[in-house]
Write a protein that binds this ligand. Structure first.
Ligand code: DAT
Ligand code: MG
Length: 150
């Protein structure tokens, strides 16, 4: 089963959208494997967004993501990475389809509410950055056969 990292970024926490965002992922049928409210420090933020270190928006991005509490989660499904990315919508809310989290709830690329890993390898790296193995739970749901064909 594939796992991916999702963050409700500080704008989502401040705007009271934690429940809304979690609810959309839950209702999609994804399974929650781990969750915590935390604040990123600068080194962790720089590591998380390391691929963007040379971009002009990097400093602002690190300042934003460290500016307040965020909710870090691990969600699980076959193709969890792709399903979460599709549920979140395009990076720039100006291009995010209606029905996606960003397409329904955001208007600005620098305040786009949510992060989702962009590949299986980055998901593994990001999950390891945010969670210890024992913080991720394996369990079954009684309604799994109604969500996933056995
Ligand atoms: P995503 O979050 O969809 O994976 P990304 O990895 O390309 O997008 O960029 C990480 C975050 O950086 C993104 O969620 C918002 C910010 N960002 C990206 N491009 C930006 C830009 N051109 N101007 C301002 N912020 C940007
Ligand atoms: Mg990304």
């Amino acid at each position: 089963m594939e796992r991916t990292l999702v963050l409700v970024k500080p704008d989502g926490v401040q705007r009271g959208l934690i429940g809304e965002i979690v609810s959309r992922l839950e209702r999609r049928g994804l399974k929650l494997a781990g969750m915590k409210l935390m604040r990123l420090d600068q080194p962790a933020a720089r590591q998380h967004y390391g691929e963007h270190v040379d971009r002009p928006f990097f400093a602002g991005l690190v300042e934003f993501i460290t500016s307040g509490p965020l909710v870090a989660m691990v969600w699980e499904a076959d193709s969890a990475v792709e399903i979460v990315r599709n549920t979140i919508g395009a990076t720039d809310p100006g291009n995010s389809a209606p029905g996606t989290i960003r397409g329904d709830l955001a208007v600005n690329i620098g305040r786009n509410l949510v992060h989702g890993s962009d590949g299986v390898e980055s998901a593994q790296r990001e999950i390891n950055l945010f969670f210890r193995p024992e913080e991720l739970l394996d369990y079954s749901r009684s309604n799994d056969p109604w969500i996933i064909e056995p």
